[in-house]
Design a protein around this ligand. Structure first.
Ligand code: UT7
Length: 327
């Protein structure tokens, strides 16, 4: 019999260094006015050189374990959702396992663009509901500053670095993760990609000099798909657990653009105060964005026990996904 999978710990970690829109005005031909009005972003956090995804993951995970009252050696599985691992090998989750001294945990990374955390939460909840594992650490982390062309104003103003994590443990049916809906459309991979640095086009002097290791994005195309697919996955996931839009207490969307979030909110018929938005302070932190926002809403008391919460994300792949939780 499938159990429930509840969230027992939640924390986040962002770098100390703040990069404001005014700082960016000195780097590329842009303005605080353009960035804020088009995206809702005022500032973002950027890691120091030498700090990779494992650095923020470990910081966030240590606090998560503490809040959940779970010892590292009790963890059965560590999943890290990221497109920016410390390096291609080993998986960042193995580095996290080592730093935490979680010696009994299996570990793997998961790549699903900015939807990574929702994908990982969905996978983690299946391990718990099915009874295979009792304590699963799910981390969403990205250091997009490492893939950003700081001379390209169309992308460099959008991203920030950050991590968030939670632990999933068995609960009663109807508790925690109630339903998920995931989707992908590889036909649209051309709208958000990095050309080089993988097995098809390994990094070389040429690829670097051509800037092929940087993020490329057709923003308008991504925008259109984002609103449509997030809404449809939200509807599907709610239906899966016998609920509708009117049952949602809170929506925690991926923080890519406040205009995307507003469009989704209007389509979902939600009030402003029902939607968690922190993009102004962190920009788009990819896999980090939902757990960072979720932790903030939990810490400031907005999320209350029993609330129905929708987590919905969209990203490169293209991928999208929603998880419905009873808090
Ligand atoms: O998390 C993964 C998923 N990613 C997303 O969801 C991103 C989705 N897309 C977006 O958020 C928006 O499309 C952007 C914020 C990326 C762009 O906003 P937009 O309203 O779609 O602007 P645009 O690309 O149509 O550009 C409008 C104008 C252009 O100038 P012209 O051709 O009209 O003269 C751009 O060159 O704004 C110009 N522009 C800028 N100007 C000042 C583009 N970037 C900047 C900039 N500063 N940073």
């Amino acid at each position: 019999m499938l159990k429930g999978a509840r969230v027992t710990g939640l924390a986040s970690a962002v770098p100390e260094r703040v990069l404001t829109n005014y700082d960016l005005e000195k780097m590329v031909d842009t303005s605080d006015e353009w960035i804020f009005s088009r995206t809702g972003i005022r500032e973002r956090r950027i890691v120091e050189p030498g700090q990779g995804a494992s650095h923020l993951s470990v910081q966030s995970s240590r606090e998560t374990l503490k809040r959940a009252g779970v010892a590292p050696e009790e963890l059965d599985l560590i999943m890290v959702a990221t497109v920016t691992p410390d390096s291609p090998l080993p998986a960042t989750s193995c580095l996290v396992q080592s730093e935490l001294k979680a010696k009994n945990a299996a570990a793997f990374d998961l790549v699903a663009g900015c939807s990574g955390f929702v994908y990982a939460l969905s996978a983690g909840s299946q391990f718990v509901k099915g009874g295979a594992y009792r304590k699963v650490l799910v981390v969403g982390v990205d250091i997009l500053s490492s893939l950003t062309n700081w001379k390209d104003r169309t992308t460099c103003v959008l991203f920030g670095d950050g991590a968030g994590s939670c632990i999933l443990e068995p609960g009663e049916p109807g508790e925690g993760v109630l339903a998920v809906s995931l989707g992908a459309d590889g036909e649209c991979s051309k709208f958000l990609y990095i050309e080089a640095g993988g097995s098809k086009l390994p990094p070389s002097r040429d690829t670097v000099s051509r800037g092929q290791h940087y993020i490329q994005m057709a923003g308008n195309e991504v925008f259109k798909h984002a609103v449509r697919e997030m809404e449809s996955s939200l509807v599907k996931a709610l239906k899966e657990c016998g609920l509708g839009m009117g049952d949602l207490d809170f929506l925690i969307p991926h923080q890519a653009n406040v205009r995307i979030i507003d469009a989704l909110r209007r389509r979902a018929g939600l009030k402003e105060e029902q939607v968690v938005v922190n993009i102004d302070r962190f920009g788009n932190t990819s896999s980090g964005s939902i757990p960072i926002a979720m932790e903030e809403a939990c810490r400031d008391g907005r999320l209350k026990k029993g609330d129905i919460v929708g987590l919905t994300a969209f990203g490169a792949g293209l991928t999208w996904g929603t998880a419905i939780l009873r808090w």
